[in-house]
Design a protein around this ligand. Sequence first.
Ligand code: PLP
Length: 383
Amino acid sequence: MMNFEKFLLNSLKSLEIKELKRNRLILKENIINFSSNDYLGLKDNPITKENLCKNIKNLSLGSGASTHISGYTEIQKKLEEKLSSFKETENCIVVGSGYLANVGLISAITTEKDIIFSDSLNHASIIDGIRLSKAKKVIYKHNNIEDLEEKIKKEKVNGNRFIITDGVFSMEGDIAKLDKLYEIAEKYDAVLIIDDAHSTGILGEGKGSLFHFGLKPNKRVVQMGTLSKAVGSYGSFICGTNLLIDYLVNKMRTAIFTTALSPIQNFISLENLKILINQPERRKDVLQKAKYLYEKLKEREFNIKYYGVPIISLILNTPERAIYYRDKLLEKGFFVQAIRPPTVPEGECRLRITLSYNHKYEEIENLIKALKEVQDEEINRKN
Ligand SMILES: *Cc1c(COP(=O)(O)O)cnc(C)c1O
């Protein structure tokens, strides 16, 4: 066997032994999915589908080039304008995905003179953006403002300070203390970058995590987010001042050296965004459903984390237990993915249950029932 093949095989084997090997699966139609980020039920909504059918003749299938060559379109400009007015900023740039946005943004706006202060539970795309940046990286304890301030005081900086955080932490489901971070950014003349992947459409009347604290964006705040979660489409955005967006248009490599999103995708994003804004009842409904599920699960001896967003973690610690619960639930007709390292820290494996406007209360009841059954089965298995 080739050395290279041995390397591939051994790497996979060591994952398998630790129950960390991943396989992609296609969910059967009759399985109730509690592992989608489609919080507002927009990814299959018939209104946008119908609108798309009506307009499809006027939309190109592909963009044909990067936005900097000839791929920039009227529909993308409209989407950017809608997003910047929604996020109460001067301007916006739409790019291919949240991953690309973070990687491109962080590497474009930082230099070797700068320091990036990053929450220990930030998303992988932020971590990779920092890896690509020449700035010094300082990790602060999760959502710990005292630790952040201590580290800011300790670190001498020649250039700029950046504080970067998920608005809602993707795996934990807790909310960044943005009221405090906003103050710290002001006090130490830092730029505050907020990743609103899970907050857009959910917090602050749907506008995002900053608005959840009654705050408004200013010139030191950068709001990024994805169009693939609550918006139910694909793509991402960065909202900020005219100056920032002009800089990104000129310097952000993941916007320049990649083909623009398809006009069809941008059309879907724009139409879904309109629904998200005009139908606030979707947001209220999914938040209510999450609270309901949490309160029901709390009655049993489950180790649960819930912070008022549609992400509920059922902590199971080991990969074996997480997989056991996932597979047993699937037999009962529910899909809840087991989240394991490196996505979460060692010993913190979990089922990450996400709710959607599309879930029926009956389905939630049945999930609770199934979870209780799996819990009993697990206890009996041990005895
Ligand atoms: C999902 C996610 C991203 C990546 O967004 P994509 O559009 O899926 O690439 C970035 N940051 C956070 C916090 C996320 O949860």
